[in-house]
Design a protein around this ligand. Sequence first.
Ligand code: PEP
Ligand code: MN
Length: 334
Amino acid sequence: MKIISIKKGHDIKKVKQELTALGLWTSPYGGAASTARGGTPDTMLVVDPQSSAVAEARLLEVEGIEEVYVSASKHPMVDEHPAYVTVGDVRIGDGAEPVFMAGPCSVESEAQIQESAAMVKRAGARILRGGCFKPRTNPYSFQGVGVEGLDWMRQAADAHDLLVVTEAMAPGHVDVVAKCTDIFQIGARNMQNFDLLHAVGRAAKPVLLKRGLSATIGEWLQAAEHLLHSGAESIIFCERGVRSFDDNTRFLFDLAAVAMIRHVYKLPVIADPSHATGRKDLIPVMGNAALAAGAHGLIIETHPSPGVACSDAAQQLDEEELLSASKSWGFHRP
Ligand code: PEP
Ligand code: MN
């Protein structure tokens, strides 16, 4: 793709019109590199990577274009993303201790999320998870308590000095979720829901981006580019297992993907052994495996009474199991 900088004082709209007349699709570019080069989304454009037919020399003939940078990457903003992010007083990524996020699959009631927050705090978590809008495979399954749960969750987190991560499933939820959450969660089933990515990006907050059920690493990185291009503050990648042929575990926990994101792409990444395995008994050992592969933290499902949980009952740890696992991961320090 080509990144173009526009001469100072020149009308970007005119440049855009000329490029459109040449048959090119352009978008504004606000990456860190543009700022480093003295640019802003008002002075930088990206030309569609497919439009390589128009030579760089021809572009430079367009009045108002100062420079053309050729980038081989499909995700230039992701490439410039730092190796760690800071949310409140929690640093996630390189140079930080692994972070522990935990909580129920679903927020079910005020009492349940309060109890969950107390439990996860005791186990050493810094961030409370829990969904109020649930992406369920079956339309007759519990769909979440909705907006009401967001306040319960915020209050429970504040009472225990925790941050909140929760999922927005539709562009229409973004404003109300933004009021309550510290980190937006994009669920696996919505990793390529581009309208949602754009709406969440515009909220300008950190985003936990779960990997799609059958997404390649390249598609995952480009989903992050959609978020950053729309204004997201930062991205935390989350490996949660991909579709495979064997149903012994719920998904195939792709720990090489964790190592790729951490060690090759040098981006913040956490892992979710709860959804990946779907089995309580494997969560402690696979959490350790994920940390060994380079995960900057874990996100774990836990419930005060897993047997009566409204969703994902088989994979939610009770308090005793949570404490024991947390100790083995080094999160619980008495
Ligand atoms: C969840 O975190 O509760 C969830 C639904 O996860 P995923 O999108 O990874 O399936
Ligand atoms: Mn779940």
